[in-house]
Design a protein around this ligand. Structure first.
Ligand code: GTP
Ligand code: MG
Length: 375
């Protein structure tokens, strides 16, 4: 939404700033004249003084949002769209083997690939199977769904649900299922730890069917692969299944346009400054591109792939580490290439302004809640 300061609001509705501040206090908000408040709060104050309001989103934001929506929605319909690798998230109950599986996939692949290739941790990686790429998000599955979806970004194409063969369907298994279903993301089940004597894959399949995840074997539409992440059994089968499901989805994006992506993780590096891993969703990110990322911006100074190699460009579904941002963005922030530095600065400033106002409103909600709890 849009943002206004207390002073601006007072002027707009034709009352003194003191009146507005008093009205805010009655709502539990202690604000100064320069405090930015969000649209909803401003509208409520205005209504109190008999003034009706209409939200006007700043043009720079309007245009940027429209461009992103257009590009992402157009997706497969774009005549220049080309097949892109699937983006996969691994989910499941605690200790069922998510990390072990990610490691097994990565190591199996690295062993096949270049000698001594050490994968550096950038929050996502790509593997190649039968000459085709698959992108894995290395973040805990629920984060990939919640933090990112909260910002309106859907990054995952396919969810691999890991269920331990000895433990079966557990609370977080069910949680993962509802996340995937809410996001309309197809599930592939990996029944893990089949090496254990206590493993009972058939029981797991029955439990899954009971919670609405019906295995193909039982006439449902959910592929199930039995694996042992520890002994590296069934890993290839799982990867092939991912490609099969991806084929049915006909995932496409146009690489021949300015990039749009999502931040997977970000941090400050002592020597390199803000470093962020972006997953490119559409278009191609190139060296020297000017990007807006959440409330910050920058010019791409250097890019590295998931093996730490310098790259000059990154296309759809590619995770890439970027240098050149002025500040550290947040996971889930959208990355968007814009025409010039002025647009970038305006857009980033406006977004940062909105965020500050939103954070302020959230703080106030917490304080009010505490107040109620204390009574
Ligand atoms: P959280 O990140 O804590 O939610 O756990 P996780 O799902 O990432 O599980 P993790 O990969 O850490 O594995 C949990 C434990 O199960 C570890 O001790 C693993 O060694 C073990 N484990 C994982 N996969 C297998 C498997 O295929 N067979 C056996 N026997 N043990 C496994
Ligand atoms: Mg783990």
């Amino acid at each position: 939404g849009s943002v206004v300061t207390v002073g601006e609001l007072a002027e707009a509705i034709g009352v003194s700033a003191v009146e507005v501040i008093k009205s805010l206090i009655r709502r539990g908000i202690m604000a100064s004249i320069n405090q930015q408040i969000d649209y909803e709060t401003a509208a409520a104050v205005a209504a109190e003084f008999g003034v009706e309001t209409e939200e006007r989103v700043p043009e720079v934001i309007q245009q940027a949002s429209a461009a992103i929506e257009h590009q992402l929605r157009e997706g497969a319909g774009d005549p220049e769209a080309q097949p892109r690798p699937p983006v996969v998230t691994i989910m499941g109950h605690v200790d069922h083997g998510k990390t072990k599986l990610l490691d097994a996939i990565r190591e199996t692949n690295v062993a096949e690939g270049e000698a001594g290739g050490i994968t550096q941790h950038i929050g996502a990686y790509q593997v190649e199977v039968q000459g085709r790429k698959i992108t894995f998000l290395d973040t805990p599955g629920h984060e990939a769904f919640t933090a990112m979806r909260a910002r309106g970004a859907q990054v995952t194409d396919i969810a691999v649900l890991v269920v331990a063969a000895d433990d079966g369907v557990m609370p977080q298994t069910k949680e993962a299922i509802s996340h995937a279903k809410a996001a309309n993301v197809p599930i592939i089940v990996a029944i893990n730890k089949i090496d254990l004597p206590s493993a009972n894959p058939m029981r797991v399949k029955q439990q899954l069917a009971e919670v609405g995840v019906v295995p193909e074997e039982f006439g449902g539409d959910v592929p199930v692969v039995e694996i042992s992440a520890k002994q590296r059994l069934g890993i290839e089968d799982l990867l092939e299944m991912i490609l099969l499901v991806a084929d049915l989805m006909e995932l496409k994006a146009n690489p021949n346009r300015p990039a749009i992506g999502v931040i997977i993780e970000a941090k400050v590096d002592q020597t390199r400054g803000p470093v962020a891993t972006a997953l490119i969703q559409s278009g191609t990110l190139q060296l020297r591109d000017v990007v807006v990322v959440g409330g910050t911006w920058g010019r791409i100074r250097a890019m590295f792939d998931d093996r730490g190699r310098r790259v000059r460009r990154a296309g759809p579904s590619t995770p890439v580490e970027i240098l050149g941002l002025l500040e550290v963005p947040e996971a889930g922030d959208l990355l968007q290439v814009v025409d010039d530095e002025k647009t970038a600065r305006d857009l980033a400033e406006e977004r940062a302004r909105q965020r500050r106002a939103e954070t302020f409103s959230e703080m106030r909600v917490v304080k009010l809640d505490e107040l109620h709890a204390g009574i």
